[in-house]
Design a protein around this ligand. Structure first.
Ligand code: SF4
Ligand code: SF4
Length: 125
């Protein structure tokens, strides 16, 4: 599963950021979202994990793994909060917040895609 984007359809309403933080952190806070929407030139940049898995090798405690559905996940028990993956991520889609030790990323749950009013984000199997 991968969350895919069509930035050209995005109106930067911010709904996806609200939904993601609500689902995973029980609060609406864009800084706790695993998807980030920003202006880029005249357009929009939607930053979200593409499940490339390059961070798996980088983690010194082997806390990052690919699940059966293809999604790259972080094992909170093994993560020591070194943030190597945050610095390494080629798309800068691994995020962190002072309230939690472990970084966080998109796990392709699809909740944001359900609520995007323009169809700018969607799940692909
Ligand atoms: S698919 Fe789920 S985890 Fe990924 S950005 Fe959307 S709400 Fe967050
Ligand atoms: S919910 Fe859809 S239209 Fe709104 S900011 Fe997110 S991707 Fe863009």
């Amino acid at each position: 599963m991968i969350l895919k984007t069509k930035p050209e359809l995005c109106t930067q309403c911010g709904q996806c950021e609200k939904v993601c933080s609500r689902v995973w952190f029980k609060e609406e806070n864009p800084e706790k979202s695993a998807i980030r929407v920003n202006s880029k030139g005249d357009g929009v940049l939607i930053n979200v994990c593409n499940q490339c898995g390059e961070c798996i090798e980088v983690c010194p405690t082997e806390a990052i793994y690919r699940a059966k559905n293809g999604v790259v996940r972080i094992d909170k028990e093994k993560c020591v909060g070194c943030y190597s993956c945050v610095g390494f991520c080629p798309t800068m889609s691994m995020f962190f917040h002072k309230d939690v030790q472990e970084p966080f990323k998109c796990v392709a749950c699809g909740m944001c895609a359900k609520e995007c009013p323009t169809g700018a984000i969607y799940l692909e199997k």
